[in-house]
Design a binder for this molecule. Sequence first.
Ligand code: GLU
Length: 301
Amino acid sequence: MRRALVATALVLAVAATTACGKEGSPPAKGPRTDRLPQYTVATGFKLPGSPTWNKAKKRGHLIVGAKEDQPYLGEKDPASGRYTGFDIEIAKMVAASIGFDPNTTVFKTIASANRETALQNGQIDYYVGTYTINDNRKKLVGFAGPYYLAGQSLLVRSDENDIKGPQDLAGKRVCSAAGSTPYQRIEADYPKADLVAYDAYSVCVDNLLTYQVDAVTTDDAILTGYAAKVPDELKVVGKPFSQEPYGIGVPRSDNALRFAIDDALEANEKNGNWKKAYDATLGLSGVPAPQPPPIDRYPAS
Ligand code: GLU
């Protein structure tokens, strides 16, 4: 019985969010495609030391892992299949810098819990999708970057007054994505929270809108995007309570690819593409462009 109720709520919620939350509300603003940078494809670029790059060259295009339900970061248009957002732009600027036409890049949606396996199995060449660099993950994959610094935060309904920070989560139903650092942090540091996990944050947000959960927790960059789409119904509360440096995931042993992506990020931060891309995507959720964090070119392993 309970299962059936949850299933109905989910179907309703998905319908509600695709209709932008509220009946009669204007369509949410997508990225400003007219303001996106044009990336110049590096000619004659070669990376013979990278097995991943060689495989992609033979194939003729890159395959990049991403998210498809994170507003202004990585979103897939269900009709056209096109991906847009800040992470998608990061993936494209890197593609151009390492000699691929960014418009031929094939994006593949990979959930938080499946990123390491996708990189290890060669399903994708690299991954750009709110992917926090940390030492545990570095045992399994390599990370170029960081290219952005986020922090864990909380999303609640606008009528919520009790939850102002993670200290208020005891006995509350809190939703996050399986395999994510925010999920792991609540589990470890706030064990009194009633934690539930789904593959995707959009499912958590649907559950929040239908009163199945009391809060959604993940990075502020993701949550402000959801809140910006339905500002009457959702709000981000409190101060960020972690540091989530976003990296580009690469196969662990492919140091040549990792360093080439570090170079690409640095060049695009210098030439203004990074800021232009931010302003046309993630900047639309209301946070002005920060300074990108310094690249951490850690030694080859
Ligand atoms: N940045 C966090 C992580 O990598 C949360 C966002 C996500 O799940 O992609 O786990």
